[in-house]
Each structure stands twice: as C-alpha cells, then as structure tokens.
Ligand binder design. Structure first.
Ligand code: ZN
Ligand code: ZN
Length: 403
C-alpha cells in the first residue's frame, strides 16, 4: 500500500484494502495509516467517510491516526471535521498543530492559521509550523502578518526564506523579495526555489521585464539544473503568451521540447470518484472505458462555457501544438477537465464534485471551472498542489483568484 501511495496510485491502495477484506485479513493501525494517506490524495468526502467508518473504535485513540485524520480532512476541504478531532484530543502534539495550521492555509483560512500559530507555546513551533503559517499568509496576501512572523523566527532556514520570498512575490512586492534574496545569499549559496518564487510572482503580474531578468539570472547561476530551468522557461513563455507575443512564446516552447525529451516530464494527474469508484485521469487520457463519451461531454461543457463568454487562454499551453490539435483541445484535455466531464457524464445532476490534482491548476482551467460550477449549478472542489479551490454555484472561487 505504501508503495502504491508513493507511486501516485492511491486508488490501488483502496483496491488492495478491499481484497484484504474479502480474504478475511484484519487491518491494523499501519494499514489504516496507508489508507488515510491514500484517501487524502484522492480527496473524496464520501469514500473517506465510508472507509473511516470501518476503522475499529480503539484506533481513534492512536496519536498517529488522529494526526493523519486531521491532515486528511484538511486536504479534502473539511476543516470543521479536522477541528473536531483536534479539540477532542487532550494530548495534542506538534504534528497535530502543524496539520491544523497547514489545513487552515490550504483552505484559505489564514486568519485561523495565524491565530492557531500565536496560541502555540514556543517549544511547539518547528520549521514546518513556520513554513505552514507563512504559506497560509502568502495564499491570502497577508503580508504584514507574514513579515512580523518572519522577523520573530530565530532559526531562518532556506525554506523559511523561500516561503517569505514567495509571500512578497505573490503580493508583487518584488523589491522586498529581492532584498531578502540578497540577504540570504550574503552567507549562503543561491537557492533555486527563491528565484522560482520571484519568477512566478512576475508571471502573475505579466511583468515581462522582471521575468526576463530573473530567467537570465537563473540560467547564469544554475546552468546545470535543468529541473529548475524547464519550469522557469515555461513561466517565461506564459508571460510572452499572455502579452500576445506568440512568436517569442513558441520559440521558447520549441526549445523546451528539446530539453524535455531528455528529462522526465511531470504528468498532470487528477482523481475523481463516482458512486464509490475512483478513477485517475492523466492529461489527454484515453484509457477510461467510456473515454469517447467523456470527450463528448467535455466538448459539450466547452460549448456551454464559450457561450457564456469563455475565451481559451493560449498562454497556458506550454508546448507546441500537434497538427490535429487546437488551443481549446489541448486545454480541455487537462486532467481535471476530463475528471469533471466524467463526473457529469455519470451523474448529470451532480450537486458537488471533488477533484484532486497533483500539479497546480492552470489559469484557463480555473476560469473555466468557475463558469462550469455556475452553469451546471454544481459546487466543484479542486485541490491542487498548492491549495483547495471551492468553486461555488455563483461562479466565484474561494481563493478569490489569488492562487
Ligand atoms: Zn488547465
Ligand atoms: Zn481558486
């Protein structure tokens, strides 16, 4: 089970659990820890409930299980359930506090994250606590709060610096971000993640001048680190694309394809479930038995959103198009779009859909999903690599487009 989890196959962990049950094998705490991890990856409320119900009562008193459950409910988007477990527990430990703060941050409840942080005794705060609270501030643009927390941290590690730089960059405080990078580099070698934070801030603002400076600087400082230069080049191409400079953007994308063929690509994966069945979609997946119908449904959704004013945003296409592709067909093939189409195909009157994703949601999928939730009158909850997006039926997202 642990192997399946590590390989991004949480649905197989659940299958194995069902097989165990059929074979009459009793599950112990370790197995439930694996299951809870798989459930937090899949991100579906009803499947999680049905598995947790089967857990023997005595396991609920186990510290590791409690922490794992708090973490899981936070990741699925149910902080009230996480809080319930947390408050029932008289002997809370560091890991539980960290899971609470992290969960608040994921769900955009930064004020709660900060309050929880300030209530903690000093010896309960470690590097993870600090990073979680800074990320929570960062996702909601609470820069003053982040600054004062950052100042109070004695042992500032590379990751803590990066979190603060990310916070400044997301808020477009680029000078402050640069100052912190300088301060850090005074006594340390340069860090890739700090430059990536600065670059994605510049991308969000469509600031081509700064994007170019940062990208060129990265090429100079980290010439051998292709794993960092590839995503950096994607961001730079995004900026050109969003400014309509498509020639420059495709020039970079062609160079990128060459680089990528030598490196492992990170594939977009999305999990969704219908009637207790979990399915994992890859981008442009055709492996589902109802693939043809899923693509037809995706097409139908696409027509609906276009009718409601959606314009496909080519800046989120990160590779050259194949001859049989269009901007729309590439974007509609993103894993979360297919997962959403499948949910509507199986259940046209769905009122709530859960999708979990391994990468960050792209700007086009974010705009499209807001419209889909409104048109189909269905709440859609997407957890991506950074946070949870609640798309409400009024066409708004809980992140207020700050992601
Ligand atoms: Zn997308
Ligand atoms: Zn959002």
């Amino acid at each position: 089970m642990s192997g399946f989890n590590k390989e991004n196959n949480p649905e197989k962990t659940l299958d194995l659990f069902n097989k165990m049950k059929n074979d009459g094998i009793q599950a112990n705490v370790v197995i439930y820890l694996c299951l809870i991890k798989a459930l937090s990856r899949i991100g579906d409320y009803s499947i999680s409930i049905s598995i947790i119900k089967q857990m023997p009562d005595s396991f609920f008193h186990d510290n590791q299980i409690q922490t794992a459950l708090i973490d899981m409910w936070g990741k699925i988007g149910y902080m009230d359930k996480a809080k319930e477990i947390f408050e029932k527990n008289l002997q809370t430990d560091q890991a539980m506090h960290n899971s609470m703060i992290h969960g608040y941050g994921l769900n955009g409840k930064s004020v709660e994250a900060i309050q929880h942080y300030h209530r903690l005794p000093k010896d309960f705060i470690d590097e993870i606590t600090n990073i979680s609270v800074l990320n929570a501030c960062s996702h909601s643009g609470l820069i003053d709060e982040a600054c004062s927390i950052f100042q109070s941290i004695r042992n500032k590690t590379e990751t803590i610096y990066s979190a603060m730089i990310d916070c400044f960059s997301r808020g477009s405080f680029f000078e402050e971000a640069q100052k912190l990078i300088d301060e850090y580099e005074h006594s340390h070698p340069p860090s890739v993640s700090m430059y990536m934070a600065l670059l994605s801030g510049a991308r969000n603002e469509k600031n081509i001048h700064l994007s170019k400076i940062v990208y060129n600087r990265m090429k100079k400082i980290f010439p051998a680190e292709q794993n960092a230069l590839i995503p950096a080049a994607v961001l730079l191409a995004n900026v050109y694309g969003s400014l309509g400079e498509n020639n420059k953007a495709s020039e970079i994308r062609i160079q990128l394809e060459k680089l990528r063929s030598k490196h492992k690509k990170r594939v977009g994966l999305a999990w969704a479930s219908v009637n207790g069945q979990v399915f994992k979609f890859r981008a442009h997946d055709e492996s589902h038995p109802r693939a043809n119908e899923i693509y037809a449904e995706a097409e139908k959704i696409s027509e609906e959103i276009v009718k409601h004013g959606h314009i496909y945003d080519s800046s989120w296409v990160t590779r050259p198009l194949n001859p049989d592709e269009t901007i729309a067909s590439v974007l509609c093939g993103h894993s979360e779009r297919l997962a959403i189409a499948w949910c509507f195909l199986e259940n046209p009157n769905a009122k709530r859909i859960h999708v979990a994703k391994n990468l960050r949601i792209c700007g086009d999928c974010h705009r499209a999903t807001k419209l889909i939730a409104a048109i189909r009158e269905c709440e859609i909850i997407v957890r991506d690599a950074h946070r949870i997006h609640h798309f409400y039926t009024n066409g708004q997202c809980s992140c207020n487009d700050y992601f």
